[in-house]
Design a protein around this ligand. Sequence first.
Ligand code: SF4
Length: 104
Amino acid sequence: MPIDTNFEKSRRIVGRHQNHNVWGPVEPPEKLGIHGTNVAVDWDICEGDGVCIDVCPVSVFEWADAPNHPVSEKKSDPAREEDCIQCMACEEQCPVNAIKIKTS
Ligand code: SF4
């Protein structure tokens, strides 16, 4: 199941991580929510493929640990989402459609 592109309406902000919002529900270790708003990564879908980290031309992402998460114990974190230039490479290449880039 891909990221819910309507997450800003269907979810609530439950915290901050690095310099971005975290959208709940967050109930570790199984539920980790969506990290970021302009560059949003659904950590419950992310399987730690890492293509987003490889293709991003401005190094928005970095690895984060997710101990005991059932899908992957490492996640792509949009640590510098404010640097995004909306090239869309990460959203297009994510194998599990875990990323949504805000374009407006
Ligand atoms: S849309 Fe492009 S610039 Fe923005 S986070 Fe994804 S790969 Fe990086």
